[in-house]
Design a protein. Sequence first.
Length: 318
Amino acid sequence: MARSGVVAVIGAGFYGSTTALRLAEYNIFEKVVLTDILEGKAEGLALDMNQSRSIEGFETRVVGGTTSADGAGYEVIAGSDVVVITAGLPRKPGMSRMDLIEVNAKIVRGVAENIAKHAPNAVVIVVSNPLDEMTALTALATGFPKHKVMGQAGMLDTARFTNFVAEELKVPVASVQTLTLGSHGDTMVPVPSRCTVDGKPLADLLPAAKIEELVTRTRNGGAEIVGLLKTGSAYYAPSSAAARMAKAVMEDSGAVMPVCAWVDGEYGISGVYLGVEAKVGKNGIKEVVETQLTDFEKSELLAAAEAVRTKQADVKSL
Ligand code: APR
């Protein structure tokens, strides 16, 4: 099997290291690069992952590297086709994602500038929080075309919603289709009209109040896990989502995924990074795909766009 392409993951914390391992285990990349600002952390994790190769049966090599705030060490990401930014602080119980904005903006801005310098042709997938704002900041700080920068949120929120529906109805997750759009936060927009189980509308299978309960649990899905972990935030489902997006880029698959993408006219919304469905391929976002929404869902999406627009305008000064 021919392996090709280089994907770099910046930040070797829980999210970054799990993403790197998932990417390596796909066994499609020539190389996975993992970096961190803590001396030796990424190198140690890379060594450990490589030692699992003969057991798990993958040949992709993981290369670790230490970077510093002045940009030293970033040569290791040269030639990357895809870069996933996971650097940044996670939430603690009681914090909203927005509470991380100042500290993570400094980290993400620095990382983005170094990506522009060392991997100027890469597609960038942002996962650091607050997601919509960090995605906008990355586009700004890299200077990359908007379609080459996207954020991971909708894949995760949708997967959470799907899991809750499957558990409620005691059906396989594979029979459930759900969708969430909007922001990765309070203005997340679950789209019940696009939710089905074995092709049947969710609304025919569950009472409206129960669907609303699952929607609320989905919207608070990250906080529920933060509350249980107490020292950090989720990373298994988030890394699955980010790794799938990187794979779609590398394979130029054109898969339609819910992602945080630059919206320019779709749904009558312009000039904002927002959770929408989009075709993902080797140049990033090939096309934002508009889906049929009910009037209520559309009004929620418009409200989400305006809420994140204000915050995204603020990131310029961070
Ligand atoms: N460059 C590279 N790595 C950095 C930098 C930097 N400038 N600053 C911090 N890091 C690294 C930390 O050293 C740490 O290893 O980022 C890593 C963050 O890891 P964790 O604390 O385990 O956090 P994690 O759960 O991985 O979450 C990372 O994803 O979901 C979001 O809100 C979450 O913003 C957070 C990010």
